[in-house]
Design a protein around this ligand. Structure first.
Ligand code: NAP
Length: 331
């Protein structure tokens, strides 16, 4: 594969070296490519160094973003048109002390850092990976035959999921699929898998603990502001129907059409922690039906369980659950 490295520092430099060693063609880039000579020499014959612009122009298959988070806006703007349909691996993290206001905004927002990147690089296929590992572990603990460390990753669709899994495993790490970009909160700074250098089973346990939904409750939830906002955004995109559960079926409140789990397609799913109380959690399901009705369903969970609702959503066949990025990002 041809891989463009955007930001050839701790993360980009080491990943590029590993991929070159694994036989990939690597284009390191910098705003001062002449300073990358020794990196290119160490990486060997599969590597070269170019300016950022030239790296975007060589038509690589994959681009790794390993720059400070605050650089993403300009990069996405300046090279628009050059990364369409490419796989973008986002290894960045928002740190307010380094990246300023934008990092704080993203940390406080009702979406994950990877979703911000995906929105900025909207014509590309964004995956999140390599943002949770310490740079020295990335450098020193690749290419292991046993006791492999695990790199968690998330992807927007099946094709890019395959690509990133391969690129992780090619350099001697195990890979752990976290889900869609909307599931990457666990990978953000200070969250469950951030900075965790672990074998796969242990990392998976951390993710599962975080994902497990203790109780379901439709009655007692306070809707956080951002949930209402998201419902409004989906409404603007035509997802106007609302539903309730009756006798094991999902009923359109207006048309009264009743649906079984296999009649329902989940287009997107967003999880929220309550703003004032994190145990007030909810999932917003964005739904299409086999009768072409489109709408949303907000499922809360907390102390008093609504197990019927949970059961209904659990029974929706896997193939009815979209691999697409949340549609609100596709403006
Ligand atoms: N260090 C870690 O342990 C670690 C672990 C996981 C993820 N991360 C994340 O990965 C990203 C890179 O971290 P790093 O430690 O590799 O940083 P780094 O060593 O400072 O490398 C970043 C590179 O990005 C380039 N750069 C800086 N500002 C830029 C701008 N405004 N526009 C374009 N390029 C710019 C610089 O290259 P030139 O000056 O040569 O252009 C620099 O070499 C960050 O978002 C970080 O949070 C870091």
């Amino acid at each position: 594969m041809k891989i463009g490295i955007i930001g050839s520092g701790n993360i980009g430099g080491n990943l590029g070296k590993h991929w070159a060693k694994a036989g990939h063609k690597v284009i390191f880039s910098s705003r001062h490519p002449e300073e990358l000579k020794s990196l290119v020499e160490t990486a060997g014959e599969n590597a070269e160094a170019l300016s950022v612009k030239d790296a975007f122009e060589v038509n690589a298959d994959v681009y790794l973003l390993a720059v400070p988070f605050k650089a993403l806006d300009n990069l996405s703007e300046n090279y628009k048109g050059l990364y369409a349909n490419k796989v973008i691996i986002d290894a960045t993290n928002p740190y307010p002390e380094r990246d300023g206001e934008i990092a704080q905004e993203v940390r406080d927002a009702g979406y994950n850092a990877s979703e911000y990147t995906a929105k900025k690089f909207a014509t590309a296929n964004t995956v999140k990976a390599f943002n949770t590992i310490y740079a020295d572990h990335l450098r020193d603990r690749a290419f292991r035959k046993e006791d492999k460390l695990t790199i968690p990753y998330a992807a927007q669709n099946k094709e890019t999921k395959k690509v990133v899994k391969q690129l992780i495993e090619d350099i001697g790490f195990d890979s752990l699929y976290i889900g869609h970009l909307s599931d990457t909160k666990v990978m953000d700074p200070d969250e469950a898998v951030y900075g965790k250098s672990l074998p796969k089973d242990k990392l998976k346990r951390l993710v599962d603990e975080k994902k497990s939904i203790p109780n379901l409750n439709l009655k007692n939830h306070n809707f956080a502001k951002n949930e209402k906002d998201y419902i409004r955004i989906y409404e603007e995109k035509g997802y106007v129907s609302s539903f309730h559960l009756k006798e094991g079926k999902l009923l359109n409140n207006k048309t009264k059409i009743a649906y079984s789990p296999q009649d329902i397609y989940i287009v997107a799913e967003n999880r929220y922690e309550g703003m004032s109380n994190p145990s007030d959690m909810s999932i917003l399901y964005v739904i299409e039906t086999n009768k072409d009705e489109k709408g949303t369903f907000l499922m809360g969970f907390g102390p008093t369980a609504d197990l019927d609702t949970a059961e209904f959503f659990k029974n929706i066949p896997e193939e009815n659950i979209s691999d697409k990025e949340n549609i609100y990002l596709k403006n």
